[in-house]
Design a protein around this ligand. Structure first.
Ligand code: CP
Length: 306
């Protein structure tokens, strides 16, 4: 069992069979993470380099844990303390890392398409850990894993993704994944944060949060991507929160057993009320737990699944 590809760059070009293979493989790796000795020898002798040009808590840490639990050697490349600050380009940096025989480069970069460029030019497997507003494939895969664990079926599942859709790589990867798997996806947010012609991705658009939340099985909240917005897209944070913060009252508009998801980091009181983030409906920390198993599965399957 393996992925018939060298790199994981996005969900858009990933067939449903490959998505399901990752989810099924992640199940056995979740079992490994539950053991006293959380280690298997699967990637012994392989080297994983985490190359993050943007901040990260969950993705970087979970790729490091995933690689270590598979017995790989892991280097966390600190961009701010590297020769990038002396003007070295992304490609030269990555070529130098590859010259040290790295097998995987896990890349987070502010430029959409940066992982695709490295994938074409390097022998190492490139894993996209978030490229600009483009894709965040392993986040979507861990979201799918969490949904499957809690809801079993994707077909007919009604999901609302709420917030800054236009700048969110998490929204884009999840829309590709969930529509392929037969879920009904709604996107909710202000018109200034809605991508042009987003309906073409197979989603329903709502500008009124209360209307969009009615009857959904899952609410996926997004952080305002202020670092990618450039200009102010709403009058104030207070105004945004009044219209788009997930409050306990708004949760009651969804199905009675609706799940609340968020990729993190959460901004309490901005897009999600603290009582909701910490409620029994919230699976935010389950998403984080599942991220390790899913990233173990991705590294394992890209390495040939042996
Ligand atoms: N969800 C996510 O990508 O979080 P980090 O930015 O902390 O990695």
């Amino acid at each position: 069992m393996s992925l018939k590809r060298k790199d994981l760059l996005g969900i858009q070009d990933m067939p449903v069979e490959e998505i399901n293979l990752v989810l099924e493989t992640a199940e056995s790796f979740k079992e490994v993470s539950g053991r006293d000795i959380k280690k298997v020898p699967t990637l012994r002798g392989k080297t994983v380099v985490n190359l993050f040009f943007e901040p990260s808590t969950r993705t970087r840490t979970s790729f490091e844990l995933a690689a270590k639990r598979l017995s790989a050697d892991v280097i966390n490349f600190a961009v701010s303390a590297s020769s990038v600050s002396k003007g070295e380009t992304l490609l030269d940096t990555a070529r130098n890392i590859e010259a040290m025989q790295a097998d995987f480069i896990v890349l987070r970069h502010p430029m959409a398409g940066a992982p695709n460029i490295l994938a074409k030019l390097l022998r190492a497997s490139i894993v996209n850990a978030g490229d600009g507003g483009h894709e965040h494939p392993t986040q979507a895969l861990l979201d799918l894993y969490t949904l499957r664990e809690k809801k079993r079926e994707f077909k007919g599942l009604r999901l609302a993704i709420v917030g800054d859709i236009a700048h969110s790589r998490v929204a884009r990867s999840n829309i590709y994944a969930l529509t392929k798997l037969g879920a009904e996806v709604r996107v909710i947010g202000p018109p200034t944060m809605m991508p042009l012609e987003v309906e073409r991705l197979g989603v329903k658009v709502f500008y009124d949060m209360d209307e969009g939340l009615r009857g959904v099985d899952v609410i996926m909240m997004l952080r305002l991507q202020l670092e990618r917005q450039g200009i102010a897209l709403f009058p104030s944070i207070r105004e945004y929160s009044r219209l788009y913060c997930l409050t306990p009252e708004r949760v009651t508009l969804a199905a009675p057993d609706a799940l609340v998801m968020h990729p993190g980091p959460i901004n309490r009181g901005v897009e999600i009320a603290p009582e909701v983030a910490d409620s029994v409906s919230s699976v935010i920390l389950d998403q984080v737990t599942n991220g390790v198993a899913v990233r173990m599965a991705v590294l394992y399957l890209l390495s040939g699944g042996k």
